[in-house]
Design a protein around this ligand. Structure first.
Ligand SMILES: CC(C)(COP(=O)(O)OP(=O)(O)OC[C@H]1O[C@@H](n2cnc3c(N)ncnc32)[C@H](O)[C@@H]1OP(=O)(O)O)[C@@H](O)C(=O)NCCC(=O)NCCS
Length: 190
């Protein structure tokens, strides 16, 4: 039987990486992460890990407050924290959720985001009640677009203006991956 998304905190193991809950021990690494502006240049300004100043407090609220809307897992390579993977925008009635990922720059270019998204796709579309996984990228984020394409996402909208919390709307591309064997077309909603 399929699980309801957000009803559990899964541990997702890949060939090289593991996606799992952050613990208090990760506070130092999360603090370094959230302070790195290079990571957040092409991301919305309102991500949960930035909601509170204290990284310890953010972690303490991830799996009670945040989990009501969004599942944020740490991405670990050989035990080291290298970034965050997020499943958000869950709409049970539409059988839809969205995926996001962000890594420390020293881990870019090694296929880690591709592997992290692959684990999220497998978990969400094979083990939960979600049949449609979507993603949004800023137009200029070619690396992220590549990560999505390598995981079988198709572009379903181009250059849509959205409020990501910056002074001006940003232009975004929208991406979709549908569960294997699920035939009903997704009704894309802005
Ligand atoms: C986007 C991000 C997650 C990619 O992570 P990553 O682990 O480096 O991604 P991968 O190595 O799995 O794949 C990236 C692909 O994009 C390619 N790429 C990297 N920069 C690129 C660029 N400027 N233009 C085109 N392709 C690019 C890489 O060559 C690679 O493709 P390849 O496997 O064919 O060589 C990472 O750069 C990041 O955390 N950025 C900041 C946060 C962010 O933008 N998150 C996504 C928001 S939608």
């Amino acid at each position: 039987m399929t699980k309801k998304l957000l009803s559990e905190i899964p541990v997702l193991k890949g060939d090289r990486i593991t996606l799992k809950a952050l613990t208090a021990d990760d506070a130092g690494a999360l603090r370094e992460f959230t302070q790195n502006e290079d990571i957040y240049r092409m991301l919305p300004t309102f991500l949960f890990e930035k909601k509170y100043d204290s990284a310890e407090y953010v972690i303490s609220r991830l799996y009670d407050e945040c989990i009501k809307q969004s599942l944020i897992l740490g991405v670990f390579l050989g035990g080291s924290f290298c970034g965050l993977a997020e499943i958000y925008g869950y709409r049970a009635v539409l059988s839809k959720a969205s995926a996001g990922y962000r890594l420390l720059p020293q881990y870019w270019g090694q296929g880690i985001a591709t592997e992290a998204l692959g684990l999220m796709v497998k978990y969400v579309l094979e083990e939960t009640d979600v049949n449609y996984l979507t993603a949004s990228t800023m137009l200029e984020n070619r690396a992220s677009a590549k990560v999505l394409k390598k995981n079988g996402f198709k572009q379903v909208a181009h250059a849509l203006p959205e409020n990501w919390g910056f002074k001006f709307p940003v232009l975004t591309d929208k991406w979709l991956r549908t569960a294997e064997g699920h035939r009903r077309p997704y009704r894309f909603q802005t």
